[in-house]
Design a protein around this ligand. Structure first.
Ligand code: PLP
Length: 366
């Protein structure tokens, strides 16, 4: 069976450097914050072409704390994609605010900028686009809408480490970008981790205070904060892995280009890449009208696939109520029924990638 994603090989490839980093932290006697965290924050900010990176405990907290720092609270509305991982919505709910979903552009799977203005109300405070599957959102029209309507923009960058929009690395186009370093992401820790990047010094300071009990000075608490820190061990591991991010993203691109060039199943809709986008292929998502049959056939021929995501947030029990029902967001619902993710990753064997192409093309020929 060709694995969907190999989480062990990244450690094997970098074992020497990762073990060295871990032992450095263990021997330092300093396990929260300190130089490893500060160095990672500086290196990640630099990589993202942003002024600041603030490490936090995970991607959900990165979104939550960034929204709080932007002043989002009860009674506010935040515009989110209808098709995203549920964390995007949960972060809004955690602030006591309302997620207001906007449907995606079917070609890019990302929030459709043309549909955003219709969702703006006097309560709207933030537009929260997600760079889904490693493909940058069309940011310029979103930034223009935000400016025109006096709104903030927070990007969910959990799936897009290293991607570029119009030649500039994702990380500082808008007010802030929230990142996750969950092990399966393009830049993954060996545990949980997250960060917010921004060019705004006030915002960076607010988030740094919120992550640490609302305190900027030991035992002085200015606001009711949280404990959401990125620990030194994960920061040290991330410093190693950051040095390989471009190289590993190139391996993903190589596989993606092979899929795009060699898959000739006419029943499949392949991902499209707009001219302003340099994606990093966190996932390679195709669409098939008989998705379940297609997935079954691939499984029988030894190709693992997954669905990202089988149930859109508004149809989850967590959100299903009078406002959201079956049929209320038809594009997201149709996507969820027809999408399927093929194996991709920096440690997917190229022979296995060729076999994926072969098996996918065979399914159609039957
Ligand atoms: C992974 C992910 C998150 C949440 O990150 P965690 O580190 O798991 O909390 C948020 N948004 C999107 C789009 C994600 O893929």
């Amino acid at each position: 069976m060709i694995p969907f994603l190999d989480l062990r090989s990244p450690y094997d490839e970098l074992k020497g450097e990762i073990d060295e980093a871990i032992s450095r932290v263990l021997n330092s006697g300093w396990y929260i914050g300190g130089t490893e965290l500060e160095s990672f924050e500086a290196e990640y900010a630099n990589y993202c072409e942003a002024k600041y990176a603030v490490g936090v405990a995970n991607g959900l907290d990165a979104l939550h704390l960034a929204l709080l720092a932007l002043g989002v609270g009860p009674g506010d509305e935040v515009i989110v994609p209808s098709n995203t991982y549920i964390a995007t919505w949960l972060a809004v709910s955690q602030c006591g605010a309302m997620p207001v979903p906007v449907e995606p552009d079917e070609r890019t799977y990302n929030i459709d900028p043309a549909r955003i203005e219709a969702a703006i109300t006097p309560k709207t405070k933030v537009i929260l686009p997600v760079h889904l599957y490693g493909q940058p959102v069309d940011l310029d029209p979103i930034l223009a809408i935000a400016k025109k309507n006096g709104l903030y923009v927070l990007e969910d960058g959990a799936q897009v480490h290293g991607a570029k929009y119009k030649g500039q690395r994702i990380g500082s186009h808008s007010d802030a970008v929230a990142w996750s370093f969950y092990p399966g992401k393009n830049l993954g820790a060996l545990g949980d981790g997250g960060a917010v990047t921004t060019n705004n010094d006030k915002l960076a300071k607010k988030i740094a205070v919120l992550r640490n009990y609302g305190s900027s000075q030991k035992y002085v608490n200015d606001v009711r904060g949280f404990n959401s820190r990125l620990d030194s061990l994960q920061a040290a591991i991330l410093r190693v892995k950051l040095r390989y991010l471009d190289q590993w993203n190139d391996r993903r691109k190589n596989i993606a280009h092979r899929y795009l060039n060699e898959i000739n199943d006419s029943e499949l809709i392949l991902p499209s890449v707009p001219e302003w986008s340099d994606p990093v292929w966190h996932l390679f998502v195709v669409r098939h009208k008989d998705r379940d049959i297609f997935q079954n056939k691939l499984s029988k021929s030894g190709v693992s696939t997954l669905i990202h995501y089988p149930i859109p947030p508004h149809l989850q029990k967590a959100y299903l109520d009078k406002k959201f029902q079956q049929g209320s967001l038809p594009i997201a619902e149709y996507m969820a029924k027809t999408i399927i993710s093929l194996p991709i990753g920096p440690h997917l064997d190229l022979k296995d990638a060729s076999r994926v192409v072969e098996e996918v093309n065979k399914v159609n020929a039957e």
